[in-house]
Design a protein around this ligand. Structure first.
Ligand SMILES: [Zn+2]
Length: 189
């Protein structure tokens, strides 16, 4: 699954979880969630593909053993700072990423490709694609995977708008943009 697909799956899950307890996601938790949804690839792709320190682009940080441990540490740290929901958001994002990566293998019955979930107890799956970012980007085409991920992005975007666009204020403040000022109509002369 591509980064935007992971972001969408994570947001849909986290927002529905928050809504089930009568809340909407906070801005800070959406940032933690976004980081979590990309975390497994941010670790495994460079270490596996670029530096050759891991056996595959889905191994250490896609393993449920590692992700549950990292998520527990994230929740512990966040709780220490009085914001446990940030650790939960990170964990939901990271765990949703690794299950979403298994979606296509599950649908097509290629269950051996799910072995990364239990790495290193099970060996990392062997990819037929060269271990590089470029080799994967070149394979990007409009197929049912791509279409499904666009649908997920559209659903997540709709939910995010309904939730009040959490996280946008933080992005605007980092970029030095005042979104409210931009939305206000210009006053007359
Ligand atoms: Zn991944």
């Amino acid at each position: 699954m591509w980064p935007w697909g992971h972001a969408a799956v994570g947001y849909l899950l986290y927002s529905l979880l928050a809504r089930s307890s009568g809340r909407v996601p906070s801005s800070a938790s959406v940032v933690a969630l976004a980081l979590g949804t990309q975390f497994p690839d941010l670790i495994d792709k460079p270490l596996g593909w670029t530096f050759g320190l891991l056996p595959a682009g889905r191994s250490l940080a896609h393993s449920l053993f590692a992700l549950l441990a990292v998520s527990a540490v994230a929740v512990g740290l966040a709780r220490r700072y009085g914001r446990p929901e940030l650790g939960v958001a990170f964990g939901v994002g990271a765990v949703s990423h690794t299950f979403a990566d298994g979606l296509y293998a599950t649908v097509t019955g290629q269950y051996a490709d799910l072995s990364y979930l239990a790495w290193p107890v099970l060996p990392a799956p062997v990819s037929e694609v060269e271990k590089s970012f470029l080799a994967h980007v070149v394979l990007l085409e409009f197929n049912w995977h791509f279409a499904l991920e666009l649908v997920l992005v559209a659903l997540a975007a709709a939910l995010w708008l309904r939730d009040g666009r959490p996280g946008l204020d933080l992005v605007e403040s980092v970029l030095g943009v005042d979104g409210r000022a931009a939305e206000e109509p210009e006053s007359g002369d």
